[in-house]
Design a protein around this ligand. Sequence first.
Ligand code: PHE
Length: 336
Amino acid sequence: MQGKLIDLKNEALAQILSAGNTRELEEIRVAYLGKSRGKITNIIKKLPDLPPQERAIVGRFANETKKAIEDALETQSTFLSKRRAENIAQTEWLDVTAPAVSLPDGHLHPLTQTLNEVVKLTNRLGFQVVTGPEIETDLYNFERVNMPKNAPSRDTQASLYLDCRNSKIQPGEILLRTQTSNMQARVYEKTKPPMRVLVPGKCFRVDDLDATHSYEFWQFEGFVVDRGTKMTHLFGTLDYILKGLLPGIEYKLWSTNFSFVEPGVEVVAKRTDGSWMELLGAGMIHPNVLKMAGIDPAQWSGFAFGMGLTRLAMMRFQVDDIRVLTNPDLRILKQF
Ligand code: PHE
């Protein structure tokens, strides 16, 4: 019986030493020392059958074996939990004092940044922002701003018409708006003067794509209708916006023609390479436009301006090609 105990002890110790986790250790404990069927327990249970002398010797030996296995289990258990703690420390170690990993910041598109600035500046002058449709009728885009059908001035705004062949709409009645001036008549219908309005938005024209032209571009229209509005108010407003957006800007004003203003002016600004780029058209709102809107030109007068937002952004960020601002490539956009 002692021989059997020695074998069991060696077997148990070998298993304990190779156990990899506490669950395995528990299985080993049950197999040898478990109350009902443990191999050592079974032997201890049989002790009363032995003759008294042998019983004492084997009994002591059995207890020693049991103790040796319990000690080995204890030691291995301590070893395993220490190793586990070390592993965690190595793999899951967390330095709560380390600086946080910063996530890459996004930022607003240069056009949006410029537009936000325009809105901020004009807000200070009392302008309110209004937006409107990009798909527009001939009526609002042209006729109500004094550009009747067949007006030669329409030639300057080659238009993209919608294909209405399978509808009741007359051909040439619906187009992508060529200018944010389309919102003048829409606002006049709903608002009585005095008013100060800013209309940012996308416009579309048939145009070949080159460094300063595109078939789609951002524009914003500003218009003021009030009593006694004069050209000097227009100049002051333009100067405030231009210098606010482009500190140090050099610009020239000269007279030009737009059917919806009289007189009309144009602003060209000096670029870094010394060339001049057209930035905006402006003027005193034509009495016909006011009359069509039911506003009496004898009582009210107003001015309007339409600036190319894309071109302003080009100057602001010193970009010499419009296509840079319409390119969605993040490697380009990250630079602004
Ligand atoms: N709508 C004109 C354009 O797009 C610009 C403009 C607006 C001119 C308002 C005068 C007054 O060319």
